[in-house]
Write a protein that binds this ligand. Structure first.
Ligand code: ARG
Length: 555
């Protein structure tokens, strides 16, 4: 058959829809047969024959069956499956320097639920890239510059404020804003602080730094609570580009990209037009000389491409900034700030909603602070735990509830497709059933307690336990697929695929645990099943670790 006839029609190999069909099914034969004007079952037969005479396939596949109108069902060899389970995570043979820009909150306010997705997805992807052998450079591009800070410093400077007022940055911001709106003298003072700040006036810089330090320490507390791998060295905020922006402006000017419009400096690119076909500007300098978010981002691109020597620059930022990134990426290419071989990508995420499908807010309509969300999760986890274990030792309750509270927030976020909006529902977040952190962590403890009760260690167990029967097979198959899934997570920046696979391992283990005798079975079965159990424990804890979740040995 001529290959070119099948362009754009790859064979689709998918998980078998039903266990009794084998492990995988090959789809797409009907469409291919139609294109080739052949009988689909005959085509399937030809493919089966071709596969059966292939040496590589022969090592992997034990059975190929034609099914229905022209599917092929594939069953893999048990020894291949267990070798796949045992094989270490594949290291990339093309290690790249990946700059990962995530979290990046504005320091004028406290971190809120809107920062959860970028922070957790970005953190997890940074872990995944490192796991595969890439060099990851984390960049916390905090908003630490701009007009708001004049106002905050002025407020910090005003008579009645004390250090205590800074404990709640949100209220501090609101109070400052109120005075800014109501008191012209205060507003004037704020503006003069902005100018002083832009001119690097030392006494104002000291005050600004004090504010930034306090705000950053709020963020760091959140990162540490949520087990986010962002540290002081990763913070490279907007203010740090101050010195390089003039050079960026010069480049834009030299490239003939700058147009003056209403006394602001703008760039008009052909590809960004409004619905009437009018070109839309990217403003790079305001009429008062101030620079904007876009200008800083252009400077950041150059820094990342040239100083940090990135092969890829990834921005984990929510979908509302899609246009911003399209514009600055296009502009950076045009101005030669980012060489063509360096990839820039906006990895966007959707919103978090309440049960009514509206933005997730507090009862009085304010944004939910991350600090409060974390506290609530821990409290709720503790309540649930105590309700189930009334005799639990209190010191361990605290530790367990904290771990479950944090794991649940992380997992509930990471288990959703990042691009869709999702409803945050405490009952689901902390549920012991379904695709949740408590369920997976619980399954891990079950696997561990089985191993402990067996009084055996890995050295007593077979290294390559070949699965027997459908229940063992399914469990081993799901573990064998894990490395491939991690590859897909990396390629598509979709951590929920990893959650799903871990969940499938956990449910396959639940069935194995409930339906098969393990400790009471004859020696050969017992050792094989315990060896499989030990692999489950390792896969679950390694997989959760990649998601930034620490397992508990007991729950
Ligand atoms: N600080 C921005 C915000 O809160 C996000 C920054 C994202 N990163 C970037 N390089 N623009 O919306």
């Amino acid at each position: 058959m001529s290959r070119s006839n099948l362009d754009g029609m790859p064979a689709l190999i998918q998980n078998a829809s039903r266990e009794e069909f084998g492990d995988y099914q090959v789809n797409g034969m009907m469409a291919a047969a139609k294109r080739l004007k052949e009988n689909p079952r005959e085509l399937a037969g030809n493919l089966k024959q071709a596969l059966e005479s292939d040496e590589t396939i022969e090592e992997i596949v034990s059975k190929i069956e034609i099914a229905g109108p022209g599917f092929l069902n594939l069953t893999l060899k048990p020894d291949f499956l267990i070798r796949a389970v045992n094989s270490p995570p594949p290291q990339t043979d093309n290690a790249e320097t990946v700059v990962v820009d995530f979290s990046s909150p504005n320091l004028a306010k406290e971190m809120h639920v809107g920062h959860l997705r970028t922070t957790l997805i970005g953190d997890t992807m940074a872990r995944v890239f490192e796991y595969q052998g890439h060099k990851v450079i984390r960049q916390n591009h905090v908003g630490d510059w701009g007009t708001q800070f004049g106002m905050l410093i002025a407020y910090l400077d005003s008579a009645g404020t004390s250090a205590d007022d800074l404990k709640d940055l949100e209220i501090f911001y609101q109070k400052a804003k109120k005075q800014f709106d109501e008191d012209p003298d205060f507003a004037e003072k704020s503006r003069s602080y902005v100018v002083a700040l832009q001119q690097d006036q030392p006494d104002v810089l000291v005050k600004w730094r004090a504010f930034i330090e306090i705000s950053m320490s709020h963020c760091e507390a959140i990162y540490s609570d949520l087990n986010v791998t962002l540290h002081q060295k990763d913070t490279f905020g907007e203010s740090q580009y101050k010195g390089t922006i003039p050079a960026i402006m010069e480049t834009l000017t030299k490239e003939g990209l700058i147009t003056k419009s209403n006394s602001a400096l703008c760039v008009f690119l052909d590809e960004f037009t409004d619905k009437n076909g009018e070109k839309q500007p990217v403003i790079v300098q305001k009429s008062d000389g101030g620079y904007l978010y876009s200008t800083t981002d252009l400077a950041a691109i150059r820094h990342r491409a040239h100083e940090l020597r990135a092969d890829r620059i990834l921005y984990f930022v929510d979908a509302r900034q899609t246009l911003h990134f399209k514009q600055i990426f296009a502009l950076a290419r045009k101005a030669g700030l980012c060489p063509p071989k360096v990839v820039m990508d906006h990895i966007s995420n959707g919103a978090i909603l309440n049960k009514a499908g509206k933005p997730f807010k507090t009862r009085d309509g304010n944004t939910v602070k991350l600090a409060d969300l974390i506290k609530e999760s821990r409290e709720r986890a503790k309540e649930i735990f105590l309700a189930k274990n009334d005799k639990a030792d209190l010191s361990s309750v605290e530790e367990i509830a904290n771990a479950i509270g944090i794991a649940s927030i992380r997992y509930s976020e990471l288990s959703k497709h990042r691009e869709t909006d999702y409803v945050f529902d405490w009952e689901m977040v902390l549920s012991m059933e379904g695709n949740t952190a408590p369920y997976l962590m619980y399954m891990y403890t079950r696997s561990k307690s089985l191993l402990i009760r067996s009084e055996l260690t890995d050295s007593d167990l077979p290294k390559e336990p070949q699965p027997e029967g459908p229940i063992e097979r399914r469990l081993v198959l799901k573990m064998a697929q894990l490395n491939d899934v991690i590859d897909s997570v990396s390629r598509e920046c979709l951590p929920h695929l990893l959650c799903l696979q871990l969940y499938e391992i956990a449910t396959a283990f639940a069935r194995f645990y409930e339906e098969l005798p393990i400790l009471s079975s004859p020696e050969k079965d017992r050792l094989r099943r315990l060896a499989i159990t030990s692999k489950v424990a390792t896969k679950l804890s390694n997989g959760l670790d990649l998601l930034g979740i620490k397992v508990l040995e007991k729950m």
